[in-house]
Design a protein. Structure first.
Ligand SMILES: NC(=O)c1ccc[n+]([C@@H]2O[C@H](COP(=O)([O-])OP(=O)(O)OC[C@H]3O[C@@H](n4cnc5c(N)ncnc54)[C@H](OP(=O)(O)O)[C@@H]3O)[C@@H](O)[C@H]2O)c1
Length: 341
């Protein structure tokens, strides 16, 4: 295929919260697929907080690293348009970390690709409820959280891709689910997908509202944020509560040595005195493909909804990605529509 395509590359290493100026949009020739490669046309691009890890000058978390001038790392759903690989045919759909670009020539040995059947569910779900965020939400509530009927579960960053699903899984499991999110609009959206209640962490009386929302204490806390959001949660944890360390987005821009207000010594004392189980995980590995079978079953049974926030076009990706960390208004999975499905 001849012609040009657009891609987003790193202009400057991210410092603190990512900014649109850290990225540059460029136009380059569409690459021909080499031996063993497939040429992919991007349809959906997934904007995930974990991309932030790849943008530090010196790698602090994870393995993916983007150098200056390199294409931004991230998940996508794409159509195979040309193939030099016996296992992939034009017209097939795949999901993989193919980056912020309209076309990509990929060797599946280097960048793993998962085939997607468009007849089973909308293609975008491979990046959300039936993909990594779905596996992560499942892991939070089932594999690591071991949430049981009658328990009270609190979820931070509840309006994000993971939180919206985790809360609904909590309801499927029979728990009482309390979300923590930024703003009244997000809390309304969370109650609409089934959360029992939601607390706005930006409200001046956040700590008091949270205490009132969990009169019997917290059995499991799904930690996605850290810092000022977490502080008021700690005194409300029951003895031997589970703390599921899924993410710590408030600290993604501060390097390895985050400053307060987690106040680590006090936090460690809470772990000790309350006998807390604190466990982190990578959702894809820990939950595995069985989790996606559960998610698909719950969608078919009408028990699970998957809100999506969609922005249009590759040039909208940098601002939408920066918005994950600051001024966030999204509910559910954040996606960029790149091409026709
Ligand atoms: N362990 C794993 O395998 C794994 C996999 C995927 C995701 N994660 C983690 O799970 C968390 C949620 O991911 P996601 O995919 O749901 O993200 P998402 O859809 O992009 O949502 C991110 C959420 O984070 C909140 N947020 C951002 N900065 C914040 C801050 N400083 N203080 C409080 N809230 C803040 C925003 O909510 P508000 O507007 O309410 O502030 C937003 O709803 C992240 O920590 C992510 O890294 C872990």
């Amino acid at each position: 295929m001849s012609g040009t395509m657009r891609q987003v590359v790193l202009r400057a290493y991210a410092k603190g919260t990512p900014k649109t100026g850290d990225f540059a949009l460029e136009t380059v020739p569409i690459p021909p697929p080499g031996p063993g490669q497939v040429l992919l046309r991007t349809i959906w691009l997934s904007l995930d907080p974990l991309i932030r890890f790849a943008l530090d000058e010196n790698l602090v978390t994870g393995r993916a690293h983007v150098g200056l001038g390199e294409v931004i790392y991230g998940g996508a759903v794409a159509e195979v348009v040309e193939s030099q690989h016996p296992d992939y045919k034009p017209g097939e759909f795949v999901e993989g970390r193919t980056g912020w670009r309209e076309y990509a020539a990929i060797d599946p040995k280097t960048v793993p690709l998962r085939k997607i059947d468009p007849a089973l569910a909308p293609l975008s779900t491979a990046l959300g409820v039936l993909g990594m965020p779905g596996q992560t939400a499942h892991c939070c509530m089932v594999e690591v959280g071991r949430v049981a009927a009658g328990e009270t579960v609190v979820i931070s960053a509840a309006a994000g891709a993971v939180g919206t699903l985790a809360g609904q899984i909590g309801k499927i499991l029979g728990a009482r689910v309390v979300g923590i999110a930024g703003g009244a609009e997000k809390c309304t959206a969370l109650k609409a997908v089934g959360f029992d209640t939601c607390v706005d962490y930006k409200a001046p009386d956040y700590a008091a509202q949270l205490a009132a929302a969990v009169p019997e204490g917290i059995d499991a806390y799904i930690e996605n944020v850290g810092g000022a959001v977490t502080g008021p949660v700690l005194p409300l944890l029951k003895y031997r509560a589970r703390m599921v360390v899924c993410g710590f987005i408030a600290y993604y821009g501060v390097g390895r040595e985050g400053p307060g207000p987690d106040k680590l010594p006090g936090f460690m004392r809470t772990i000790m005195s309350k006998g807390l189980e604190v466990r982190g995980f990578g959702g894809i590995v820990a939950a595995g493909p069985d989790a996606l079978r559960d998610m698909a079953g719950w969608i078919q049974a009408g028990k699970l909804r998957y809100p999506e926030t969609i922005v249009q076009g590759l040039d909208a990706a940098p601002a939408a990605f920066a918005g994950i960390f600051s001024g966030n208004r999204n509910v559910g999975k954040l996606l960029v529509k790149i091409g026709a499905a």
